[in-house]
Design a protein around this ligand. Sequence first.
Ligand SMILES: NC(=O)c1ccc[n+]([C@@H]2O[C@H](COP(=O)([O-])OP(=O)(O)OC[C@H]3O[C@@H](n4cnc5c(N)ncnc54)[C@H](O)[C@@H]3O)[C@@H](O)[C@H]2O)c1
Length: 336
Amino acid sequence: MRRKKPLRMGVIGCGMIGALHANAIRESSHAKLVAVCDIDPQRATAFVTGSEARVFTSFERMLADASLDAVTIATPDHLHVKPALAALRLGVHVFCEKPLAGTAADAARLVLAARGSGVQLAVNYLRRFAFGYQKAKQLLQAGRIGHVNNAVLHICDGIPAKVATQPHALLTSLLSHHLDLLRFLCGEIVFIHALFRGPSCDLPQDVSLGIQFASGAVGSITAGWRAGQTRTVEHLRLSGTKGVVTVDDVQHSVTLWHTSPDDAHCFQPDYFAGGNRFYDSLTAHLESFVAALAGGKPVPVTAVDGLEGLRLIEAAIKSNATGRRIKLTPMNSLEP
Ligand SMILES: NC(=O)c1ccc[n+]([C@@H]2O[C@H](COP(=O)([O-])OP(=O)(O)OC[C@H]3O[C@@H](n4cnc5c(N)ncnc54)[C@H](O)[C@@H]3O)[C@@H](O)[C@H]2O)c1
């Protein structure tokens, strides 16, 4: 059988995360890095040293000249929509960093643009691909804890300088991941109730979210930024009719018990096989994105997931402002 040509890919935004995108593309057998773009030419050039990839300082130019099949977008949060729309309109698939857009309305425009040009748009909710959450999903799907009745997530992180003054950054930059994670594990969210603490309602430093899922299960996310902390720490517990599963720190270990934690099964990543660093989840996600495109299949995390994340964040902001729980209405107007 004749092997398909690798996808021609470009990276827009050559910073910290763009470097991980570029490495993941280089490692993939389905894709080839042929172009990179950054408004800072030095950054872009440093990205391609020793390779044939072309360097651009304008994403419009790159999209016009580089004959791309797909791009990844790793520009700052408020600069995702323009390059994504430009790529989608030219029929180029997009792998975009979270948050997909600044507002749910802009995310909806991206969903429609992708549908209109028949290409795929993914959002990088990489936690779905981390060891602990993959294992929890497998245990759920295998029926090991029965029906989930409640889900509890606790997250504690340092204050990232890049987004510290960006309105609602704790929600858009960090908790967009965890809202998606709970949808991934427990299904659609139908109600959200939020309480914020912080210097102003636009800059919450601590957030408590009460959640109800369409399944009837309830959940909560409590998260905060602390000055001086150097990395994210997080814990998940899912409690079901047959058992309980906990995920310790994303990928450190997963514990399953049925009657008491004294009688538990523990799962850990295979340290000898690698795959236990946080950003291995990014490589795994990007690889599954390009493999899906190469095989003509749907990508695993879609633009609708990105849109849903923003709808949930906007609902949480509204809930904190009004003191009411907010109902999430189904997205009928976007149905094909
Ligand atoms: N999925 C995750 O777990 C995760 C983790 C960290 C960051 N992120 C996201 O990744 C994105 C990038 O974050 P980062 O930490 O790499 O930021 P960064 O500041 O290190 O890099 C951003 C780069 O984009 C470039 N840029 C800005 N405007 C541009 C434009 N118009 N065209 C081309 N390049 C442009 C900048 O010069 C810079 O090099 C953000 O949206 C962030 O939220 C995701």
